[in-house]
Design a protein. Sequence first.
Length: 326
Amino acid sequence: MFKRLIVAVASTSLALTALSACGDSGGSSGSGSGSDKLVLGFAQVGAESGWRTANTKDIQESAKAAGVELKFSDAQQKQENQIAAIRSFIKQKVDVIAFSPVVVTGWDAVLKEAKAANIPVVLTDRAVDSDPSLYVTFLGSDFVEEGKKAGDWVVNEYKDAKEPVNIIQLEGTVGAAPAIDRKKGFEQAISANPNLKVIASQSGDFTRAKGKEVMQALLKAHKDVDVLFAHNDDMGLGAMQAIQEAGLTPGKDIKIVTVDAVHDGLQALADGKFNFVVECNPLLGGQLMDAAKKVKAGQKVPKRIVTVETVFDQAKAKEALPTRKY
């Protein structure tokens, strides 16, 4: 789900493309490395899902391929850990700081510290609500559009429905950009049909275990459920287990729509247990290294960089699985 990272780069004037607006100009590096090699500090959210694991691996491999020295920190889904990592990167005088924020709010102080230290910041995967001048670019998906694509499928699937269609929504981490935006896009889309009703919406924290736990409780509370919309594949997979254990058939008794398109999600779709999957591409490493290098070199980059993504039905999932990298 979800699923999105912030990167900071040392430069006097910042310039990059983010998943939100247009950018300015770049500047020279303030790195303490003593060489021309780019030093990138990256504070990852954690390892909460297959998407995140693929994202981390791609960033690590892309850094190595690009000759970038990567200082990596796993925040274990805690904002305080990410803030501590960013402050450590500032003390180490890295050239760029990158991170995928756990939540949207609460970043002003540390971003101002990075700016004061002349280290530019690049957001990857997820956005923040801070002043855009505090970061150079936002690289990642359009989460609202992902939610809208999921909602559009539900609208089309039930276009002839004459009775209420009961929907359960499993949201991502409370306060996280993909959770906020996917919910917004989905609910905007299904508002086109008054028969489509979200009867319960609860956070599953983007994890498979929590998705199963929450779905078990919701199935006990709601006996008539037609559709599940999960903000990422992992929650959908956990919910799928809960549906099966309740004696129901996922994909038939309850139709399942998810976001991410990781291998396990596409396998569930190919097997007919999921019905539709919206892609959220985790392979952002190459674009991140390119943006960070341009910032250090003082080159212009867009303020917002949106990844190109698609959607999957069962046939398309079967076609994609043999070569799926994540």
